[in-house]
Design a binder for this molecule. Structure first.
Ligand SMILES: CC(C)(COP(=O)(O)OP(=O)(O)OC[C@H]1O[C@@H](n2cnc3c(N)ncnc32)[C@H](O)[C@@H]1OP(=O)(O)O)[C@@H](O)C(=O)NCCC(=O)NCCS
Length: 209
């Protein structure tokens, strides 16, 4: 569908935050057959910077573009530790056990934001993959484990996924692990100056596979 271009809008009204204080999240590590999922570390900064040059990551996610070293430093030193400390977002590095290579980033977050007002503990999954290790099922394996951990350890009751319409690779990942695509949110987000439609999917405990 055609969605209107970005228009002049009034200044947003401040939201209801701050959200209720939440205890810090456990930091893993989690483990799958082929991967270790652990918090990001200082020595990952060059790899994050390199991986995020990938045109698909720039197209389908909201990372800054151009993506500078300072953006990777902020991600590793500030954004991801704060997410764990605030109890709102756990973002793991998925590392291939056999090689030590970073396969991708898997985050489960917005826990306080999404739960507030709904009465249902909800979080959203998000990820990107190292282009050098794509197509081997690593991200699928990691997403399955992080969502399992979310249900069992964080006591989540629902996990959602959103992607810009047309991101079929990302959609395939969540469908493989048991999410159901429940709809298209029309013109719901702004992405790099354009209004875009977003697919929405969710998974409930017991549906993960
Ligand atoms: C989405 C992404 C993480 C997938 O990484 P990956 O390494 O290919 O993931 P996996 O190997 O675990 O599985 C990908 C699945 O999608 C399929 N796939 C890959 N590219 C596809 C495409 N263009 N169209 C349809 N399916 C596609 C693969 O065949 C595989 O499914 P299969 O096992 O049934 O064959 C990766 O493409 C990426 O980083 N994209 C840019 C960032 C992004 O889109 N993040 C998600 C934002 S919501």
């Amino acid at each position: 569908m055609d969605v209107p271009e970005t228009r002049e809008r009034p200044t947003p009204v401040p939201g209801p935050g701050p959200y209720p204080a939440a205890p810090p999240l456990p930091r893993g590590p989690l483990e799958t057959e082929r991967l270790v999922l652990r918090p990001w570390q200082e020595e990952d900064i060059p790899a994050v910077h390199q991986i995020c040059q990938d045109p698909d990551i720039q197209r389908w996610t909201t990372i800054p573009t151009p993506y500078e070293v300072g953006d990777a430093e902020w991600f590793v030193r500030e954004f991801t530790p704060k997410g764990f400390a605030d109890g709102d977002e756990a973002t793991f590095a998925a590392v291939v056990k056999a090689t030590g290579q970073i396969a991708g980033a898997i985050g489960i977050g917005g826990i306080a934001k999404h739960t507030e007002g709904r009465g249902v503990r909800t979080a959203e999954i998000g990820y990107w993959a190292n282009p050098e290790t794509r197509g081997r099922g690593y991200v699928t394996e990691a997403v399955r484990e992080v969502v399992r951990w979310g249900f069992e350890e964080l006591r989540l009751e629902r996990v959602t996924w959103q992607a810009f319409e047309g991101n079929t690779a990302s959609r395939r990942v969540v469908e493989k692990v048991g999410f159901t695509v429940v709809g298209l949110q029309r013109g719901s987000h702004e992405h790099r100056g354009r209004r875009v439609d977003m697919w929405l999917a969710d998974v409930l405990p017991g549906e993960l596979r």
